[in-house]
Design a protein around this ligand. Sequence first.
Ligand code: FAD
Length: 385
Amino acid sequence: MRFGLTDEQKMMQEMARDFALKEIAPNLKEDEANHTFRPELVKKMAGLGFFGCGIPEEYGGNGFGFLESVILSEQIATVSGSWRLPFNMQNIGPAITVNKFGNETQKKRFIPDWISAESFGFFAITEPNSGSDVASMGTTATDRGDHWELNGQKMWISNAHVGDWGLVYAFTDKSQKYKGMTCFIVNLKGNDGIVTAPINTKLGLHCAPTGEIAFSAAKIPKDSVLGEVGQGFQICMWQLNNTRISCASGALGIGGGAIEAAIGYANERTQFGKKIGSYQMIQAQIADMVAEHEAAKLLVYQAAWLKDQQLPNQYQTSMAKLFASEAAVHAALDTMKIFGSYGFSTEYPAERFLRDAQSLRVVEGTSNIQKTIIAGMAMGDTVNR
Ligand SMILES: Cc1cc2nc3c(=O)[nH]c(=O)nc-3n(C[C@H](O)[C@H](O)[C@H](O)COP(=O)(O)OP(=O)(O)OC[C@H]3O[C@@H](n4cnc5c(N)ncnc54)[C@H](O)[C@@H]3O)c2cc1C
């Protein structure tokens, strides 16, 4: 058993941290206030090879795996939770899924453009009336002979209004229940039947675009199907088990960022003639935050490592996502407490950590859903795959 990072992994860690501090941090306050998404930053991240993990070199892969992706995105999220999202949209979501289920033509056509950020990716599962219960979705795809026709609405979709090619899940045969769902590779741009709109009411992740997609008799080509017709639910669950690890690494980053801020403030702020960090109650808060953070890190790195070994990992991935996102929320809340009134101010970063961390309790399966998965496997009702 080996717990240390290799020199190469440490180098990647430093590179991502450096990027976040130089390229993201200087404009972050203003960008957060104005909800600014900077496409050029995604392209720069692509230029540094951030999105090639887990992808064969022939499609633009960088020779690294899930563990390296986690290490990179954790560092980005330490500075900004918003800027972790492109890892899922360009790499861990659509690209890795198409690499697993796509045919050769699809792999060559789509994966390199996601990895290089020529094309902004997305994956559309959630709908206004369908979230955790994915099989209750209402979007349909009807075979019209020479094309598929998409109808329905997707909601809370990252990159919706900035996205190019991505994955859309729809029912091709509702009577077959979850066996009647199919995954399609769809371009959101230049299609008369597709309308996208941003959601501007988000509590956090202000630099990460989120929106809605409406399909009304949207024509998409026959060769848009990923995998087999009727394989969509299986593909969706496989994809979520991967995108979940990226969320977990985001939580790790946000928690780490909050802890750094809390320690910095505790060592600086003086009350009753002493640094507040010298008081044992503040030290106890910091000790709890750090211990939870380190436990989360072990779970997240373990799950990523299992993925790279192609070993069963759903159980560990769900535990990592659950534990890391809950730990990030605890860390952000305690950071706010340590900052006192300044923790309640938007001038200081503590409240942003909380707003961003909360999103990770929800996305890619809520904490309740992770508990359902974990309990099912712990109790022997379902198998860890
Ligand atoms: C910032 C952001 C980005 C997102 N990006 C994407 C994206 O890119 N693509 C995409 O498809 N979706 C995306 N989502 C949607 C997200 O994945 C869903 O919101 C999430 O799956 C939960 O669905 P819901 O909101 O409909 O909640 P619901 O499923 O309605 O759940 C409501 C509550 O009930 C609980 N609950 C539901 N079922 C059970 C159960 N069986 N047992 C116990 N408790 C239960 C939940 O835990 C939750 O507390 C995003 C959401 C946000 C906030």
